[in-house]
Design a protein around this ligand. Structure first.
Ligand code: GLA
Length: 584
């Protein structure tokens, strides 16, 4: 009898759920830090079919496709324009749209939607990630960064989005048609921004993203500053403590940007970081919102630059992300910005920083899409990303470091540097040997050295890698000449591709030698072995442009190896490096 009563009740509930039409406007809080941003589902249900649209703040609404209700479960899909491959791997063929499947369950009067991982998921912010991750090449726009966490060992914060998202119905009226997208802005020119005098050598410091993503806050930033000031990193040259995405709140009534509850007092934080003899960095972008969907600087560039100056900010990373939702895209490839429009959008902030009354290092992040090396310095940039997001995997580091940097040497020099993305050293996804390779290559490439691990909790061998003064001296060499790959030589047909796309898109073989001249007349050379077994790697003097007998010092063993004529060979472990300095 009890059993029968239960069945009747359950059936009645299911029937009621079925009977309750989902028609109306539903809204859900988007972020773990509540900034009042809402995701909207505008639904019209007719029998088992659902139509309408999904809209995230400041983003173009996307139509609901194949919407169905079965029992108390709603399923649907949306399609967003694909972003295609980034940087060197980009093609001129417009990328295919990316489809994301969603499912939500009606629980009482709430629709509870579990965000899919990957495209359109926890990282599926209104910005690029929803559309880009699936199409990105390995080492391209971080698949690892797209989900709510960052793979095993990732922070709980992810991009800081709620998962699941709980929608409440705010109206039962049938929503209107899909809102038309706003007209895009085209910019046709800009005045070059004067050099700010910073980054005479590549910037060094720490950035929150690789380890913390949405979990960055005032306390852990202070912790990083404490660690950096006392663990030998500051002494080795690290100075910037950079907050990446997810610090932003909405703007006040006057349009001034505010920090969210994770950062209660940005000025006090900068005072604290400065009191340690360090500098504080922050993050924004030219679009209306950042890659994680927080407020961007679109139409607020001057206000933001002034606010950063007032807070005592010393470094700005400026990330394109939603730029393509407000600025004109290339009609031939909607995943790419129109080149002049993009440059001018960056120049707006470059100019604003220049006039802000404070020296603020300007870091461009447009993933190497639009030949950034040719104009980065003109818009005031001191450093510019050349690729999609790195992740803490050997393949990602190789794809970015060996696969997409060769050919960009001509754009680097004092004041303006290529940026193959932040370091993953110490985040746990590579071996110590592989991290040494990562550090050596970044130093040879004159890359920004921004540690991306938890500095408060690091194994001695990781600290040793990050603070190898002899390797750092190569990165920070005053001549500022980025290393070229001298062996194997770049084949002629690839050289043609390099001039068209700035960088190579293949990794160039198992055994590679990179070399750069140094201010004291010496040479820094990396002998790399990307293969699965120990191998002998040789640096030939003729490849490096030197002759005769030269003294060689091993920069990881910290040992002089004697004088060598014509070449230097070493047995290099699998995935490892021997990094040497050849004296004048
Ligand atoms: C993009 C950038 C990353 C990081 C995130 C933050 O993916 O390339 O380096 O700044 O945005 O959302």
């Amino acid at each position: 009898m009890r059993w029968l009563r239960f069945c009747v009740a359950a059936l009645a509930c299911a029937a009621a759920a079925n009977a309750q039409s989902l028609t109306g406007r539903w809204e859900a809080r988007m972020y773990q830090v509540d900034e009042g941003r809402k995701m909207v589902l505008a639904l019209t249900q007719q029998a088992g079919a659902v139509t309408g649209y999904m809209q995230q703040p400041n983003s173009t609404a996307v139509a609901i496709l194949d919407g169905k209700v079965a029992g108390n479960t709603l399923t649907f899909a949306v399609e967003r324009p694909g972003r295609g491959a980034r940087g060197a791997a980009a093609s001129t063929t417009p990328p295919a749209p990316v489809r994301t499947e969603y499912s939500a369950v009606l629980q009482g009067d709430k629709l509870v939607m579990t965000m899919p991982s990957g495209p359109g998921g926890g990282g599926g912010t209104p910005a690029a990630p929803p559309a880009g991750t699936a199409a990105a090449p390995p080492g391209g726009r971080g698949t690892a960064a797209a989900g709510p966490g960052r793979g095993p060992g990732g922070p709980p914060g992810g991009r800081g989005m709620m998962n699941p998202m709980e929608f409440s119905r705010v109206s039962t009226a049938a929503p209107g048609a899909l809102p038309a997208p706003a007209a895009r802005v085209t910019l046709t020119s800009y005045t070059p921004v004067p050099y700010n005098g910073l980054a005479k050598t590549p910037p060094m410091g720490w950035n929150s993203w690789n380890k913390f993503q949405g979990a960055v806050n005032d306390a852990n930033v202070r912790g990083m500053a404490d660690a950096m000031a006392s663990n030998g990193m500051k002494a080795a040259g690290y100075v910037y403590v950079n907050i990446d995405d997810t610090w932003e709140a909405d703007r006040d009534a006057k349009g001034m940007i505010r920090s969210n509850s994770k950062f209660p007092d940005m000025k006090a934080l900068s005072d604290y970081v400065h009191s340690k003899g360090l500098k504080l960095g922050i993050y924004s972008g030219p679009g209306p919102f950042t890659c994680a969907g927080y407020a961007g600087s679109f139409n607020h560039e001057e206000q933001d630059a002034k606010q950063y100056a007032a807070w005592g900010i010393d470094y700005l990373k400026y990330d394109w992300c939603s730029g393509g939702t407000v600025y004109a895209n290339d009609p031939g490839n909607p995943s790419k910005a129109l080149p002049m429009t993009e440059q001018a959008a960056y120049a707006k902030m470059g100019e604003a920083l220049y006039k802000s009354g404070r020296k603020i290092l300007f870091s461009l992040c447009e993933y190497g899409d639009n030949d950034v090396g040719t104009w980065g310095a003109k818009v005031g940039g001191n450093v510019w990303r050349t690729t999609g997001d790195i992740s803490d995997r050997w393949e990602s580091m190789v794809n970015i470091g060996f696969g997409q940097q060769v050919g960009r040497e001509k754009f680097a020099g004092p004041g303006h540097w290529n940026d193959p993305d932040m370091l993953e050293i110490g985040n746990g996804g590579m071996t110590t040997e592989e991290y040494r390779t990562h550090m050596s290559l970044w130093c040879l490439l004159s890359a920004a050295l921004l540690a991306g691990n938890d500095l408060r909790d690091m194994k001695p061998e990781i600290l040793e890698i990050l603070t190898n003064k002899e390797a750092i001296a190569v990165d920070q060499d005053k001549l500022g000449k980025q290393a070229v790959r001298v062996s194997p030589p770049v084949p002629a047909d690839e050289a043609a591709t390099i001039s068209a796309k700035e960088g190579r898109s293949t990794t160039g073989g198992d055994l590679q030698v990179f070399a750069r001249p140094l201010a004291d007349g010496g040479r820094a050379v990396g002998l790399f072995n990307l293969s699965a077994a120990t191998a002998k790697v040789t640096a030939k003097w003729s490849d490096i442009g030197i002759k005769g007998s030269h003294k060689v010092r091993d920069l990881w063993a910290h040992a002089d190896r004697g004088a060598f004529t014509d070449s230097f060979s070493a047995d290099v472990p699998s995935h490892g490096v021997v990094m040497i300095k050849i004296a004048k």
